[in-house]
Design a protein around this ligand. Sequence first.
Ligand code: PMP
Length: 300
Amino acid sequence: MERKVYVNGKLFPESEAKISVFDHGFLYGDGVFEGIRAYNGLIFRLTEHLNRLYESAHTILLKIPMTRKQLEQSIVKTLQANRQKDAYIRLVVSRGVGDLGLDPNKCKVATVVIITNSITLYPEKLYVDGLKIITVPTVRNIPEALNPQLKTLNYLNNILAKIEAKNSGFAEALMLNHQGYVAECTGDNIFMVKKGTVITPPVYVGALPGITRGAIIDIIQEPDLVETASLPKKFEERLLTRHDLYNAGEVFLTGTAAEVIPVVEIDGRTIGEGKPGPVTRQLIKGFHELTRKDGVRYAM
Ligand code: PMP
């Protein structure tokens, strides 16, 4: 059976799911999106994803033509039509159909697309052995130009960084901000562990407020959230340099697609023992536990 894709209120077979070439999402990258996961019939942290979507849309003055409840119902409808209990959900809201000028007011109604798919960002082996990453020359967009806290359809900054990493033979890039502080990776937030404290840069340095990032912080700060034993208790948000990362005991990345993945080498410097550390392993376990109970349940 061909997969069904939601476009503006209707479900279409994948091959017939189309949008106009005059859509400003296509012409100018004018829009916002979310990548969401469903685990065993539970949409993980859907409220947080919808909050981020509506906040990004609010900042770019894009009116989402549906309420949160309607969006939630449409996501569930798409998952049910595709009989998916486990899925990667791509929710896209673009400015809509306009003409060949930038003026967003020419776009009368925003376009809403929901694709439910499966995703494997990294091979299983990397979760066991850890990932090697490299710092790239492209710095994160400066917040005064296009704030990285918004999840917009303008991903060229990240794509250029990804290309640079790939050209050097690495799967993921470490991105600094324009002042040289650690920001994040192309599609993941970054954390380090030093002497039992888990540390991540504040989002204002130039990072997306990741939902997985938030979940990891909650797991550390709310002791009863998951049952996983021996989780770290100390957390800090502070500016980090590459020197801090090189000399961390552990480093890991977080994202909806990647979940929690250990990093064992950055720019040729071995991190800690050169293998996934105990704190990262516990957080992977804790996160896995959380994904099984925190979310919006839907019936098949
Ligand atoms: N940073 C960037 C640039 C991202 O695109 C993403 C999402 N893929 C993340 C961080 C992680 O955010 P989340 O945990 O919400 O998926």
